[in-house]
Ligand binder design. Structure first.
Ligand code: GLC
Length: 479
């Protein structure tokens, strides 16, 4: 463990420049750093970018933990665990177990004392979106902190243990559901706007899978831990079987019967074969595979969502065979997916009528911009983590090294526009913290395979066996 500049992807001056931007984003409560602001753009209106977002801090945590800076991560975890929704600020109080999208420290200029931590559970957020992913990220940060620091006692401290319990109570509660996946509203994760990502979006399902795996490590043996294990096995089986897309799977779906009733169906979601777009057939005919973006009644969203697919590798949702197929796909379609500025968040964009209807005519999410097939530097971090597991270090090193120079030259933009990610995003912040943190974290991950990736998961034989067990009602169902 050492400094970020030990990596072949980052020279000393670049690492120093990035570090200065990251440290400048520190959010303080008294003397203590408890988080990082999302962006410190000197020119653009801050809106909520001066807040510390839980999901963005995961990337900062990865950068800090890579160089042994565990204290700030611990402070962040405690600060978030202590937050409770202000009952008065919304008409329906957010559920206990929901964690905020972001928080900030408020302090009047003439005020003595530490200041007050104020959180946003969606009651102030643009579009009033619910941050379903926050608590899942918080669990992953907690586990990563524990692995990197060796501080196993921390998760047993009453405030932390109670927060872990609250989260699982909430996320495992029964709902209007027939599936082990999480049913969520639109815009409830990194894509925090309408983008046709309601229902069972991949990004959240993979985060849920990873957080459940974290739960197995964080919880003492108990009925709750047993519930976590059972949900995890069912979720893993469902995602591997029903979300995975490759040429063989597309061949099968293209020949699905429809309107089946009963338990032993070939086509349980009543997918209509003609709904598979031509580009998907062309893409997959060349080999490789990936996890689809969403699945529900008559709905298979075949868009490629990078965060979910890359985290699938780090979380162990992707088997070694899936992992190789995914990177084969990335190699085949590198021009579309991986650029000198980062990785495409989604591909392809929603265009024309689809864009108009599914985004509500969102001007920030026009085709090839922002969440709608924009290129995101923060994805360098999950890319590096997944590439290490896949043994594709060269690909990731090449991308991260080229990106580091470009991003520093552009003053660390939030995202890029265009089919090949070549233009700074039209409404992109500069000095975006997770852009900087992802560059540092990715460079550190690619420096030395002997350094553990605290966010990655190793093979778990008991879990694999449970995932492979066939459920009684699935016997006879044709894949
Ligand atoms: C935007 C992004 C969201 C991110 C936030 C702060 O709202 O959509 O994913 O957490 O900015 O960077």
């Amino acid at each position: 463990m050492g400094h970020w500049s030990r990596s072949p992807c980052l020279d000393e001056p670049l690492a120093a420049q990035a570090e200065a931007v990251l440290r400048n984003a520190s959010m303080r409560l008294g003397d203590e750093v408890v988080g990082t602001m999302a962006a410190c753009d000197p020119d653009m209106a801050a809106l909520n970018y001066r807040e510390c977002f839980v999901r963005d801090f995961a990337v900062s945590a990865a950068a800090f933990l890579a160089v042994g800076e565990t204290e700030v991560v611990r402070s962040f975890l405690l600060t978030v665990a202590r937050l409770r929704p202000d009952q008065a600020s919304s008409s329906i109080p957010p559920a206990a177990g929901l964690m905020p999208a972001s928080f900030t420290v408020q302090r009047a200029a003439d005020e003595e004392g530490l200041g007050e931590v104020v959180a946003d559970y969606g009651q102030r957020a643009i579009g009033r979106v619910a941050p379903v992913d926050s608590a899942l990220w918080w669990l992953l940060i907690l586990r990563a902190y524990q692995r990197a620091s060796g501080d196993a006692e921390f998760a047993r401290e009453p405030e932390i243990a109670a927060a872990v319990e609250r989260v699982f109570e909430f996320y495992l509660r029964p709902q209007f559901e027939m599936l082990p996946s999480l049913l969520v509203p639109d815009g409830s994760s990194m894509i925090d706007r309408r983008m046709g990502v309601y229902g069972h979006p991949l990004d959240l399902q993979v985060l849920f899978f990873a957080a459940l795996r974290a739960g197995l490590e964080l919880l003492e043996p108990s009925p709750m831990r047993q519930r976590v294990f059972e949900r995890l096995a069912a979720l893993g089986r469902h995602l591997r079987k029903d979300y995975w897309l490759d040429r063989a799977r597309v061949e099968t779906i293209r020949r699905y019967p429809v309107e089946e009733f009963g338990v032993l169906q070939q086509n349980p979601w009543n997918l209509h074969p003609d709904a598979i777009p031509v580009w998907t057939m062309a893409w997959l005919a060349e080999g490789g595979g990936y996890f689809a973006g969403n699945l529900g009644p008559a709905r298979l969203d075949v868009r490629f969502f990078a965060l979910g697919n890359l985290l699938a590798v780090s979380s162990g949702l992707a088997t070694p065979a899936h992992t190789q197929a995914l990177f084969e796909l990335v190699e085949h379609h590198r021009r579309d997916l991986v650029h000198a500025t980062g990785v495409k968040l989604t591909y392809p964009p929603l265009e024309e009528r689809d864009w108009y209807t599914l985004t509500g005519s969102d001007q920030k999410n026009v085709p090839w911009s922002y969440h709608n097939a924009g290129t995101w530097p923060m994805l360098l971090w999950p890319l590096a983590s997944a590439a290490r597991i896949a043994g594709r270090h060269e690909l990731a090193r090449d991308v991260v090294a080229r990106a580091a120079t470009r991003l520093a030259g552009d003053d660390w933009p939030e995202y890029y526009d265009g089919p090949f990610g070549g233009l700074i995003g039209r409404r992109s912040r500069l000095r975006q913290t997770w852009t900087v943190a992802a560059t540092l974290a990715a460079a550190a991950l690619l420096a030395d395979d002997d350094d553990m990736d605290p966010f990655a998961f190793e093979h778990d034989e008991a879990l694999e066996r449970a995932i492979d067990e066939v459920e009684p009602d699935e016997v006879g169902r044709i894949a």
